[in-house]
Design a protein around this ligand. Structure first.
Ligand code: UDX
Ligand code: UDX
Length: 434
């Protein structure tokens, strides 16, 4: 089937490419000419393991193409996925102007039935708004549907998540829309055996916010427990293992650390709190999830302060700028907060990240970046670990200790074992452990 995807960001590009890989003919549209020109030259605007090969393969197979024209996208396919940005507004509400803009343009160019599918994360009831907007700008009385199909892709494993999802959720209002989406996902359902859940548009929209917010809550919960562990002299990793074997809890998303970042959790929790407020429910539980996440970073700054006493002119090395491993995405990354605080205290920074360096450099061009971990740590009074990249885990710790001015580590992702680090002569602090 022919499919148009509008918005070729982290979600739209992966979604469109995976649709092509399972046999559909896909046109990816984006307003950003730079991105589209890069993609036409088979250069990737984002880092996502496995994406480049898939894009090249499907462009060569003539199943994947790129354009900057929504008009072309509207004419190309009956089904149009909207995967444009829904960034947080000033008060935390989701900015839906780009979604509305796409709806208006499609309405302008439509000459026959179209199914508009919300792929971007949008608050409940957006479907109704989008329907009203399209109806208002239609040139003629043309039949169309709006559906919701939220994505559950984790950056760094987005392709794997796309091909073997736990579930596919679709919010539909017509048999025609349901049939089209089932046909699109049929190869994935057959191959992965995953559930294909049909529900109302509003329920599908809410499923996304509720899922992401629950995962964020799970992380803030274990981070709150990590503080009690530090006060009680317990080990949060041991507690998490003890909890995670309960099938109702599960072991994943129980890693205590400096907290969650990324372009989804912080934004989706804010948007969900805002939606609840607007509907008349005060979602205090999620406000506490946000508070714990915010203060988790502040706690890490207190550990730095305690270790350095005087931060000014001290050399601080930072391993990891991306909000998590295997991505170049620094949106809401803890590193942005930590670096701004340390610069305010006039520390001298040395930064390392194997993939996110160029994105970080756009915001902090004047800082010192090192492609080599030991060079980065050389002469440092303190080392901060903010992203658990595998290269950090594989590091020769004797060499690391010997290049540092002071062998002091504050590990925001509990990468190393406290006992082992102490035996090697490090002063080692981590999260929720002795
Ligand atoms: C976006 C949403 O932010 C997220 O909430 C949702 O879950 C999935 O889609 P992401 O793909 O990470 O996530 O956004 P981003 O990387 O910013 O990509 C959005 C793309 O839309 C950009 O390439 C932007 O150029 C494009 N865009 C934006 C359009 O093509 N048209 C517009 O009008 C606005
Ligand atoms: C998330 C959701 O997992 C995905 O389903 C949704 O579609 C988009 O948002 P993503 O933000 O890419 O995916 O990454 P994820 O792996 O969920 O991690 C999010 C943040 O939580 C990262 O900053 C990570 O460091 C942090 N995290 C994750 C923890 O601090 N502890 C954990 O145990 C797990």
């Amino acid at each position: 089937m022919k499919i148009t995807v509008v918005g070729t960001g982290y979600v739209g590009l992966v979604t469109g490419t995976c649709f092509a890989e399972i046999g559909h003919e896909v046109l990816c549209v984006d307003i950003d000419e730079r991105k589209i020109n890069m993609l036409r030259k088979l250069q990737m605007p984002i880092y996502e393991p496995g994406l480049e090969d898939l894009v090249k393969k499907n462009v060569a197979a003539k199943r994947l193409n790129f354009s900057t024209s929504v008009k072309e996208g509207t004419e190309f396919a009956e089904v149009i996925f909207i995967a444009v940005g829904t960034p947080p507004g000033a008060r935390g509400e989701a900015n839906l102007s780009y979604v509305e803009q796409v709806g208006r343009k499609v309405a302008e160019y439509m000459t026959s039935y179209r199914l508009l599918v919300e792929k971007s994360t949008v608050p409940a009831n957006t479907g109704g708004e989008l329907k009203r907007a399209v109806t208002k700008y239609l040139r003629a009385d043309i039949d169309f549907d709006v559906a919701s199909n939220p994505e559950f892709l984790r950056e760094g494993s987005a392709i794997e998540d796309a091909f073997s999802p736990d579930r596919i959720v679709v919010g539909v209002e017509s048999e025609r829309a349901s049939k089209l989406l089932r046909e699109i996902y049929d190869p994935v359902i057959k191959k992965s055996g995953c559930a294909f859940l049909e529900m109302s548009v509003t329920s599908a929209e809410l499923t996304k916010h509720a899922s992401n917010s629950f995962l964020a809550m799970k992380i803030s919960y274990i981070n709150a427990v990590s503080r009690i562990c530090e006060l009680a002299g317990a080990d949060v990793e041991e507690v998490a293992r003890g909890m995670g074997l309960d099938k109702r809890i599960g072991p994943r998303f129980l890693n205590a650390g400096i907290g969650f970042g990324g372009s989804c959790f912080p934004k989706d929790v804010d948007a969900f709190v805002h939606l609840a407020d607007r509907l008349g429910y005060n979602f205090e539980l999620l406000k506490e999830v946000q508070h714990i996440n915010k203060t988790q970073r502040e706690l890490l700054m207190k550990k730095i302060q305690h270790e350095l006493w005087v931060v000014q002119d001290k050399t601080v090395a930072i391993f990891g700028l991306a909000f998590k491993p295997e991505t170049d995405d620094i949106r809401e990354a803890p590193s942005l907060y930590v670096v701004s605080q340390l610069l305010e205290s006039k520390a001298k920074l040395k930064l390392w990240d194997p993939v996110a360096e160029s994105n970080f450099k756009e915001q902090y061009p004047q800082l010192e970046y090192h492609p080599d971990l030991l060079d980065c740590a050389k002469g440092a009074d303190l080392l901060l670990i903010l992203t658990e990249w595998p290269q950090v885990k594989a590091l020769d710790l004797i060499k690391l200790r010997d290049v540092m001015a002071c062998p002091v580590i504050i590990d925001g992702r509990n990468v190393f074992d406290p006992e082992k680090m102490r035996k090697l002569g490090f002063t080692y602090h981590s999260i929720g452990r002795k």
